[in-house]
Ligand binder design. Sequence first.
Ligand code: TA6
Length: 297
Amino acid sequence: MIDPIRPDPLPGLTPVLLGPQELPGWRIENPHCRALISTQGAQVLSFQTGTEPPLLWLSEQAVYAPGKAIRGGIPLCFPWFGPHPDDHSKPAHGFARNRPWQLTQATQGATGHRLVFALRADAATLALWPHAFLAELMIELGRELQLTLTVHNTGPQPFTFTHAFHSYFPVAAIEHACVDGLDGSQCIDQLALARTPTPHHGPVRCQGETDRIYVGAGGRYRIKAPPGGGIRIGAPGCHSAIVWNPGQAKTARLGDMAADAWRGMICVECGNVESDTVTVAAGASAACGLTVAAGSP
Ligand code: TA6
């Protein structure tokens, strides 16, 4: 158990309670941005700079309940992405987004706030994933949103994991949106019977339900969603990307999205999945990042 360094009250960092079950979280306000973070999952739920529209999408029907993934913002998929490879009774996308993290550092400076949340292995995580670890998520909130995930292997054996920042972004109309920057990667269509990686070139568009994994991706993307100026994504250390839109039929099955909400959102998820898995030696660490900002690259 980490002894949380109880942050002295910081200007612009306010504890909040989310939803009828009063899930703990934090509201951040500084001269550069406004944001909301849930302690569960250390999940950035919203982020907005100046007079710009929000850079993240959050479902109006999101459920704020202990142990249930919140639909929107940036859920962290760890230590596996998607269904568990061997045991589908285990939670999809791992357990990190469903567990309370501890705020261990909180500072504010001229460029904004810097928060560090931590999740350490315990009996519950060991029952799901038999490895000792410490995960730290640094969140820097200023003119841009920057996340840095560091996974420390605190056990005696190497371990391998997959992960993704499962980021939800707003678009004016999904049919007019596209994602640039995936040229040269290999695409695996999750909806196809054959999951053979095929070379990808050109912008990615969503016509109906779309669920595509790109491996060997470059880590710099742009969402073009006219009439807005777009969203710029940088993902150092992330060699995979996933583009997802649930479409009408899957949205109706999700239960935490309005029926037509799929028209106004797109997930561009950065991480390391499939052939891009991460292996960490005993006592070593692995890190990757995500930057989200308004505008073109
Ligand atoms: O990233 C795409 C995906 O794996 C889809 O297959 C869909 O399941 C989506 O994630 C959302 O998953 P969730 O468990 O958050 O409902």
